[in-house]
Design a protein around this ligand. Structure first.
Ligand code: AHM
Ligand code: MG
Length: 341
C-alpha cells in the first residue's frame, strides 16, 4: 500500500479502555466510574470546542467578575465552569463538586445524586487564554466515604484516596491524560470522530530529565533550598546545565514533564507562604498522575498526596517530575532543615 494511508480499523477509544478495566473487575464494577468518566470526556470536548472558536465568538476577555481567589474571571473560565457543573450533575454519578471558580462546594441533593465527588479547575492557565497558549482542565475524583451522604468532608481527604485523576490540555489538539490508579494513559481527541483515541499508552516519566520549569521571575522571593537547587542545575560541577522551559500553564508544563522528564516547581516563597497552586484540584491530581507515571511529587518536605486538606481552596508548594531530579531538590530542603542523612 505504498503512498496510501493505512487506516487503523481497531481504534482504542477512551470509553473502550475504561470499559475494559470495568470488565476486568467483573461483578465488583458497577460501571458508575465509567459513566462519570464519560461525562468528564464530554465536558472536555465541549470546552475544547469553545476554546478553539473563542476568538471568533467573542469569548476572549474578562467576564467582569472575580473568583474566590480574587482573580478576574475570563469569559471562558465561567463558561467552562458551567459546562462542568451541568454535565457532572446530569451524569447522576456525583454527590459533591468543588470548582476553582466557585466559593462553596456544590452538594447534589436530588435524584441526580451519585457516589462520586469531583474536584476540578475548569480552565487552568487562563492568563494564557487570549494569547492562544495551551490551557487545560484538571480534575480529581473521590468516592464518598462509607455511610456519608456526600458532604465537604468527603473531599477534605488526602489525594492518595482519589480513585481517578487527570487533565485535558487544549492545544493544537485536545489531549486527555488519565489515571484510575493503574498507570497513566494519554488520549488525543479525533475531532472528526468526536472520540478520544489512545495515543500515549502507559506514560512513564524518565528517571532523570534535562529541563527545569519554575517561574524564575519570583527568584528574589525564593527560599534558600530552591535558590541553591536551581544554582546546582544551572551551574553544575560537571556536565551540562539544565534547559529552562516555563509556559505558565500548569497543564502544559506538567504534560511536557510527564513526557520528557525533568522538574516542575511552584514553591512556597517569602511572598506566598504556601505557594500559589491549589491543593485539591491542581496539586493532588497532578501529583497522582506523576506518581502513577513513576515520578515523585513533593512539597519539598513531604509527599503531596499525604496532605490532609483543611479547606477546599487551600494552596500548597509543588515540585514534581523525574524521580532523580525531585530527590535532588529534596536534599536541599533536608540540608536546610538539618534532616540530611
Ligand atoms: P489559574 O488557576 O488562575 O489559571 O493559575 C494557575 C496557573 C498554573 O497553570 C500555572 O502553573 C501558574 O498559575 C502560573 O503562575 P505564574 O504566572 O505566577 O507563574
Ligand atoms: Mg488553576
Amino acid at each position: 500500500m505504498s503512498g496510501e494511508e493505512q487506516v487503523n480499523t481497531d481504534l482504542i477509544t477512551l470509553t473502550r479502555h475504561v470499559l475494559n478495566d470495568q470488565f476486568n473487575l467483573g461483578a465488583a464494577a458497577s460501571g458508575d466510574l465509567t459513566l462519570l468518566l464519560t461525562a468528564i470526556q464530554l465536558t472536555s470536548k465541549f470546552i475544547a470546542t469553545n476554546v478553539r472558536k473563542a476568538r471568533l465568538i467573542n469569548l476572549v476577555g474578562l467576564a467582569g467578575d472575580t473568583n474566590v481567589q480574587g482573580e478576574e474571571q475570563k469569559k471562558l473560565d465561567v463558561l467552562s465552569n458551567d459546562i462542568m457543573v451541568n454535565a457532572l450533575r446530569a451524569s447522576g454519578k456525583t454527590a459533591v463538586l468543588v470548582s476553582e471558580e466557585l466559593e462553596d462546594a456544590v452538594i447534589i441533593e436530588d435524584q441526580y445524586k451519585g457516589k462520586y465527588c469531583v474536584v476540578f479547575d475548569p480552565l487552568d492557565g487562563s492568563s494564557n487564554i487570549d494569547a492562544g497558549v495551551n490551557i487545560g482542565t484538571i480534575f480529581g475524583v473521590y468516592q464518598v466515604q462509607e455511610g456519608s451522604k456526600g458532604t465537604v468532608a468527603d473531599v477534605l481527604r488526602p489525594g492518595n484516596q482519589m480513585v481517578a485523576a487527570g487533565y485535558t490540555m487544549y492545544g493544537s489538539s485536545a489531549n486527555l491524560v488519565l489515571s484510575t490508579g493503574h498507570g497513566v494513559n494519554g488520549y488525543t481527541l479525533d475531532a472528526a470522530l468526536g472520540e478520544f483515541i489512545l495515543t500515549h499508552p502507559n506514560i512513564r516519566i524518565p528517571p532523570r530529565g534535562k529541563i527545569y520549569s519554575f517561574n524564575e521571575g519570583n527568584s528574589m522571593y525564593f527560599n534558600a533550598p530552591v535558590v541553591r537547587y536551581l544554582e546546582s542545575i544551572k551551574y553544575p560541577a560537571s556536565g551540562k546545565p539544565y534547559s529552562a522551559r516555563y509556559i505558565g500553564s500548569m497543564v502544559a508544563d506538567v504534560h511536557r514533564t510527564l513526557l520528557y522528564g525533568g522538574i516542575f516547581g511552584y514553591p512556597e516563597d517569602k511572598k506566598s507562604k504556601k505557594g500559589k497552586l491549589r491543593l485539591l484540584y491542581e496539586a493532588f491530581p497532578m501529583a497522582f498522575l506523576t506518581e502513577q507515571a513513576g515520578g515523585v511529587a513533593t512539597t519539598g518536605t513531604g509527599r503531596i498526596l499525604d496532605i490532609v486538606p483543611t479547606s477546599i481552596h487551600e494552596r500548597c508548594p509543588v515540585f514534581l517530575g523525574s524521580k532523580d531530579d525531585v530527590q535532588d531538590l529534596q536534599k536541599f530542603y533536608q540540608e536546610a532543615n538539618g534532616t540530611a542523612s
